[in-house]
Design a protein around this ligand. Sequence first.
Ligand SMILES: [Mn+2]
Length: 415
Amino acid sequence: MPSFKFLHAADLHLGTPFRGLAVKDAEIADRFARATRTAFSNLVEKAIEEKVAFVVIAGDVYDGEWKDSTIGLFFNREVARLDRAGIPVFLLKGNHDAESVVTRAITLPESVREFPTRKPATFRLDDLRVALHGQGFADRAASDNLAAAYPAPEPGWFNIGVLHTSLTGRPPHAPYAPCSPEELANRGYDYWALGHVHAFEIVSRDPAIVFPGNIQGRSIREIGEKGAVVVSVEDGRVASIDRLLVDEARWTSAAVDVTDAASLSDVLAAVQPVVEQAAEAAGGRLLALRLDLAGETELRRELVADRGRFVDEIQAACHRIHPDIWLEKLDVRGLRAPASAARGDPASGLDLDALLGGLLDDPETREVAEAAIAEVAARMPGGLGAGEDPLGAAADELLAEAREVLMSRAASRGG
Ligand SMILES: [Mn+2]
């Protein structure tokens, strides 16, 4: 049996509307938005370089119905490069690009073959003695165990099952095409090329059951290295599974301990090594970095109440380390004030902290506050940053922040 390598990718989500980066610079936001496409171009480049025998894409090539033909033309242009290099591509439709979801299409090169959605089918590569079995999604929700109907393995061939699934459940991913790793293993295939779950995971080695993850992180919920896997097959067996990183931009979150920080420069000193490490891990890529500040510090109130100044200073510190690191968010919820910190104004006998706490617990006050927040949120522009929380935080967080701002102002008036 010949030895060969193949590339397994999934969840390209081409055409994803971009959201969730609070950068003020539209050009930077645009670069993050383009990263998904560039990552796929990188993947094609590397597939050709690595001389893989074929490419498998296990669902969600597209994020949804095309706005226009741009994204379809882009995909055709890229797979045509694989076609000219003699590398066939096997495609499967997932929930995001199910037959009923993406209705527009562009004719792709003949060497690109797509699994049907009504029943499973098998594609054969005779020279390599490889059989690929798969069934795509007809509709967005696939509640049946699609794998149960996949054909028996081709005896003496290298059998690959291609499937878009969350197995027995991988929150937050919707539970589609449910099946257990044991059921897949019992099918008798050599490799299961899965898609849908955006985090890389080798679920099993014998047989190999693999989620390559998505090829490009698209928000702070998709952090770290992203790419595909290159699988080497020797003597009809999987010899190695290697990650092939193709992401163009990266999302990372890191904790910074600012315990006992007494000044801005103390905070910056704590931040610096964390950012340096993130920069090194990102390998020069465009990086969106979320920092979670934590620890007990007398600066807490100032950090919460005057967050904008700290955000600017930390952003500036990031740029001193690398020009392409952008502070995605400065999370200060993990900070604690020292137990000895003054509460309210003892001279007036007013415990402002307790008073505000009482107000936040009052249903009527909350209702008024939430209505005010909703009114502001509705006026925020769409597009960049327009996620579930257009203001970048839920009502609870915003109210807690407002409390800190008031406490801080009261403290500085008193002091
Ligand atoms: Mn999916």
